[in-house]
Write a protein that binds this ligand. Structure first.
Ligand code: ATP
Length: 338
């Protein structure tokens, strides 16, 4: 990647004998929304802390907006807005005054402070609640106020740690839309750490899956799901006008097709599990046998599926005495056909 905004090279963090972050290489470009995924303890927060210059790497380097985060943390902090999981406010002050206070702390000239704060209140959709005390704000409103505080210094990068926790579904949608707008309109680079995979899928351009300090996957979601689909058995559902009269002979003929692993009849449809790329031959089979097809659906793999496959594989690796290898060198299918 040319001129990445965030660049990690061989980044490693040891806590005693524990490798919390293990030789991480990662580049994130300007305006990208990157999702950091991984179970508790995978090393996400430690990586973020090193990006902010709040903890020193044991080895490797972090560069953010051209500044080394370890040797020049102050310059990095000027460019980066960090919104932790639980942001604190002065509950007795109204929201606007909270924001004005943060604006002053960030050195925004006094003549501009109030205008800038109001502008941001509008941007995050709190213009009608800016005179309410922060202590009376709902969780969703607090997250918006937190985002306004992060944006007040006009950062080039924002790092959001579980920003949608505790917000209702409508609020989540609005919040994610706002993040997307910031990235697309203002070219702000966004690093989003979250366990909510469906939300990450909605908003992120690229994701990294962290496990035990290592980055096991780092790609566009569509490419990761295509990769899984190409390695997995593919599940195809063929629907019919009525309950298909599938005889034993038909079932056997289907099962004998090379690559087919399971055939299951369910109401007006038949679900076939088999190697990728067999859908046309299923269709030909049913047409040739006079079945009235009304629909064909191929299962798509979403981020949740991709994530699950990684963890199934990790467990398998552990069960087989920690023999490691490329996650996609294995077959994920636990077959039905003998
Ligand atoms: N200051 C510390 N001292 C010792 N060990 C630590 C310290 N901070 C984190 N760890 C350990 O490093 C590993 C990575 O922790 P980290 O907080 O980075 O994970 P995480 O992916 O952010 O998890 P979560 O999703 O729970 O926030 C964990 O095993 C954790 O116990």
């Amino acid at each position: 990647m040319e001129n990445p905004v965030i660049e990690l090279i061989g980044l490693t963090k040891l806590y005693g004998s524990l490798k919390a972050v293990d030789n991480l290489d990662l580049s994130i470009g300007r305006g990208e929304i990157y999702g950091l995924l991984g179970p508790n303890g995978a090393g996400k927060t430690t990586t973020i802390l090193m990006m902010l210059g709040l903890t020193e790497p044991s080895a490797g380097s972090v560069t953010v907006c051209g500044f080394n985060a370890t040797s020049n943390p102050v310059a990095v902090k000027r460019k980066v807005g960090y919104m932790p999981d639980n942001m604190g406010f002065y509950d007795g002050l109204n929201a606007l005054d909270n924001l004005v206070y943060i604006a002053r702390l960030n050195g925004i000239p006094e003549s501009k402070v109030r205008d800038r704060a109001r502008e941001l209140m509008e941007m995050v959709g709190l213009e009608n609640a800016m005179h309410k005390k922060a202590g009376t704000y709902s969780r969703g409103m607090k997250q918006r106020l937190g985002l306004a505080e992060v944006l007040i210094k006009q950062p080039e990068v924002i790092i959001l740690d579980e920003p949608t926790n505790g917000i209702d579904p409508g609020g989540v949608k609005e919040f994610l839309t706002l993040i997307r707008q910031l990235s697309r309109q203002q070219h702000i680079t966004v690093l989003l750490s979250s366990h909510h995979l469906n939300q990450v899928q909605q908003v992120c351009d690229r994701v990294g899956i962290f496990v035990e300090g290592r980055l096991l996957a780092n790609d566009h979601i569509s490419r990761l799901s295509t990769e899984v689909a190409s390695r997995e058995s593919q599940v195809v559902t063929v629907s019919f006008g009525g309950a298909p009269q599938l005889s034993e002979v038909h079932t056997q003929a289907l099962m004998n097709t090379e690559g087919v692993k399971a055939v299951e009849l369910s109401g007006n449809s038949i679900e076939i599990t088999g190697a990728p790329g067999l859908t046309p031959s299923y269709v030909r089979f049913f047409v040739a046998h006079g079945f009235d097809i009304t629909g064909v659906h191929q299962k798509e793999y979403n981020l949740e599926d991709v994530y699950q496959r990684y963890f199934e594989n990790i467990s398998t690796e552990k069960e087989t005495n920690g023999k490691s290898g490329n996650i996609f060198q294995r077959s994920f299918f636990k077959g039905i056909k003998n």
